[in-house]
Design a protein around this ligand. Structure first.
Ligand code: T1G
Length: 709
């Protein structure tokens, strides 16, 4: 099948890109496009050309699978820039008819056309920076010519799409229509035939004077890293646009291509492309296709920090939610906090006042179970205490309607233990939200032994509606994330006893890219919280495993972290973390009690030990079946624990370092390597190869199941 359909109507050639689901410009599409274009140009019976996409979109850009291959193999040249040069050079008018998305290479196709017409709901963008690259087919050269430097910088450096209306305002789109896109495009094509084509590359550009341009670029170079910390591509995109102001078009394109190649083979691009596919893979759960009615109403038990945030998640997704608390004062303060949070979003311009009111009105505060019988999902967000939860779930079984999802927001208790007292155990599932629940994208979905596939599927569908990245986790202590956090923190604390300081460890890991160092993060979350879950985790660990002692000492002193004004750090009245000699003294004591010799520790050792501890535990989680994919583990750590996306998550990072190297280091650190890590390292394999194999096996199993059904 040709991937670019060629059809003639009334002396106009209509070229339709057909590569479902998003019409990505794969190598085959590009070839087919090139042929169709040549045919339309050569045919004397054709007066004009219209470019359009089939299905519900124009073109979502280059094929990211091809990019991934190129990144791994070293870049190979693409013919797209050449094709677009030919599009632009065409002696007949070329009109791009845009609906759905014109992203990346898709927008670049449109920019090379002579006229752009879009539906009102179309979205237009150069999102390449999100993949760690920059536009590679003239986007950084043509966009500023059409839209001006500022709009081009904004779009290429930040990667956020704009709506058709804004694209028109910037001069990218010539016309916006409500309906009959193709009809309008053909009308324009007819009107333009015979008129000399307006080529973007030839547009008279007025980029301003060199000084004001220099100031503009300097401003962006300063602004971009504030929200795109340590990312290389946004700065590279600025460089490429700057080249447009300094060189002729062809020379600018050459520079763009050079920067594009450099970015494509960078470790950041590999990591971010991995994350792109990891997110899509995580959504693929066969059970998710089984039918379940849509969630119409929700209820939450417990209006503490988590309960409030969860209630807001539902309200934000337009789902009415009842929020139950045991005591009137606690309920009142919860409602106040929710209101304050919404008001702050309005002040920051994130939502309109009316929208805020609508959302707020969806939350019904109450002290009893009234209306719970109508809820399609009830989320328990009470204390992290098994007895409390058991009692609650037996109560919930009495009020919930049949088929409702009964979710617990536990972060480390056993789902089966919680469900044991509940006659509706098949409806009970773990939904581990991260704090603040209305902001954090991660949701761990942990089915228990008895949980039905239908309930799991419904929970995943709900997660999608709430805008969450849902990761299915096995019912093991700490699920995926907290189980890894445990070993990571343990290693960080051992480093203290061996000679590092909390501030050195935090700084080393923050410089490496973690959003927050482990000690600063624990001071925020609370040392008391970590202590309360310790028994659950230590029960899983071999008794001979050396346990660091300082955290326990801090706990005994009532130093729980920021909330008590002191923890791993001392805090001043502005909550600035200050190194504390008292903590240093505790570390010395713990070290001498443990018989550890303190020595200077390098930042590299800190990073290696912290990150490889995550990798080794990740491998165990994978072999236990508590995670379905290594890439799921990456998503958990990126979205829930501040691991830098541009390093791809711990498992991808280990793949890039080569597993035999990681394995070797694990042995040198004196740890027991996870058998899966040993196996993959010995066979010179990788976690990504493991994922690919598992996914093939799963697909085969699904097919077999479907044949049986
Ligand atoms: N290439 C390959 N596959 C793609 C793809 C792409 N560009 N975009 C989406 N897919 C797949 C995706 O993996 C999934 O597959 C399916 O399509 C549906 O996607 C030369 C260098 C378009 C807004 O960065 O933002 O152009 O899982 O689940 O929520 O300068 O996909 O079903 O097997 O996300 O409706 C720039 C990336 C490329 C756009 C649709 N373009 N895509 O969202 O569906 S670089 C992008 C998106 C470039 C040029 C350069 C979104 C979407 P599967 P989905 P969705």
């Amino acid at each position: 099948m040709e991937q670019v359909q060629y059809r003639i109507e009334d002396r106009i050639a209509i070229l339709t890109i057909e590569n479902p689901p998003v019409n990505a410009l794969s190598a085959r599409v590009q070839e087919s496009f090139q042929q169709a274009l040549a045919r339309a140009i050569d045919d004397s019976k054709i007066d004009a050309i219209v470019l359009t996409g089939s299905g519900n979109t124009f073109i979502a850009g280059a094929d990211i699978k091809d990019l991934q291959r190129m990144a791994n193999e070293g870049a190979v040249p693409s013919i797209l820039p050449r094709i677009l040069f030919d599009v632009e050079s065409a002696p007949k008018p070329v009109v791009a008819a845009i609906h759905g998305n014109a992203f990346g290479g898709g927008l670049e196709v449109a920019l090379a056309a002579h006229y752009r017409i879009a539906t009102a709901d179309a979205r237009i963008g150069q999102p390449e920076v999100k993949l760690g690259i920059i536009p590679g087919a003239g986007g950084t050269q043509r966009l500023p010519r059409l839209a001006g430097l500022e709009a081009a910088l904004e779009m290429c450096a930040f990667g956020e799409p704009v709506r058709a209306e804004d694209a028109q305002r910037f001069g990218i789109v010539d016309r916006v229509v409500e309906e009959n896109l193709l009809g309008h495009a053909m009308e324009v094509a007819r009107e333009l035939s015979g008129v000399a084509p307006r080529r973007t590359r030839e547009l008279a550009v007025n980029f301003g004077n060199p000084e004001s341009n220099a100031a503009l670029f300097a401003g962006y170079r300063e602004r971009v890293p504030k929200t795109r910390k340590k990312l290389l591509a946004p700065l590279a995109a600025i460089d490429a646009i700057e080249a447009a102001t300094q060189s002729r078009f062809e020379e600018g394109c050459r520079k763009e291509r050079e920067i594009f190649h450099r970015m494509l083979v960078s470790s950041q691009a590999k990591a971010l492309i991995h994350v792109f596919f990891a997110e899509r893979a995580a959504r693929k759960i066969p059970a998710a296709s089984s039918a379940h009615g849509e969630i119409q109403a929700a209820a939450v038990v417990g209006a503490g920090t988590m309960g409030r945030g969860i209630a807001m998640c539902f309200a934000d997704a337009g789902i009415p939610v009842r929020l139950k608390e045991a005591y009137p004062e606690a309920l009142a303060s919860a409602i106040k906090a929710i209101e304050a949070s919404y008001e702050s979003s309005v002040r920051k311009g994130r939502i309109a006042d009316a929208e805020m009111r609508t959302r707020f009105s969806k939350i019904q505060p109450q002290l009893d179970y009234a209306g719970f019988e109508a809820a399609d999902i009830i989320v328990e967000a009470a204390f992290e205490n098994l007895e409390v939860k058991r009692v609650l779930f037996s109560e919930l079984a009495g009020v919930a309607k049949p088929g409702a999802i009964l979710a617990t927001n536990t972060s480390y208790l056993n789902i089966d233990d919680i469900a044991q007292a509940c006659p509706l155990a098949e409806s009970v599932i773990g939904l581990h939200f991260f704090s603040p629940a209305n902001v954090m994208r991660l949701l761990e979905v942990a089915p228990g032994k008895a949980t039905s596939a239908r309930v799991t599927a419904a929970a995943l569908a709900l997660a999608k509606r709430l805008g969450k990245i849902a990761i299915v986790a096995g019912n093991c202590p700490g699920f995926i994330g907290n189980r890894m956090l445990r070993v990571y923190r343990r290693e960080a604390q051992l480093l203290l006893e061996e000679g590092a300081s909390p501030q050195q460890v935090d700084r080393a890991l923050e410089e490496w890219g973690m959003a927050m160092g482990p000690f600063a993060a624990q001071d925020l979350a609370g040392i008391d919280i970590a202590m309360s879950s310790r028994h659950v985790f230590s029960a899983m660990e071999p008794p001979e495993l050396r346990q660091p002692r300082v955290m326990e000492m801090l706990y005994a002193l009532g130093r729980f972290g920021q909330k008590t004004g002191a923890g791993w750090y001392a805090y001043d009245e502005k909550r600035n973390a200050l190194p504390d000699p008292k903590v240093d003294a505790l570390i010395e004591t713990a070290a001498s009690e443990a018989g550890a010799t303190r020595r200077p520790i390098s930042n590299e050792e800190i990073v290696e030990r912290a990150v490889y501890a995550l990798v080794n535990e990740g491998a165990r989680i994978l072999e236990d079946g508590c995670a379905r994919r290594a890439s799921d583990i990456d998503l958990v750590y990126i979205n829930g624990y501040g691991f830098p996306a541009y390093r791809g998550g711990p498992m991808h990072y280990a793949d890039e370092a080569a597993l035999d190297t990681v394995h070797q280091r694990v042995l040198e650190f004196g740890w027991k390597p996870a058998p899966l890590l040993t196996h993959l390292a010995k066979s010179r394999s990788s976690f990504s190869a493991f994922d690919a194999k598992a996914s093939t096996l799963r697909a085969a199993a699904d097919d077999a199941n479907a044949d049986h059904a």
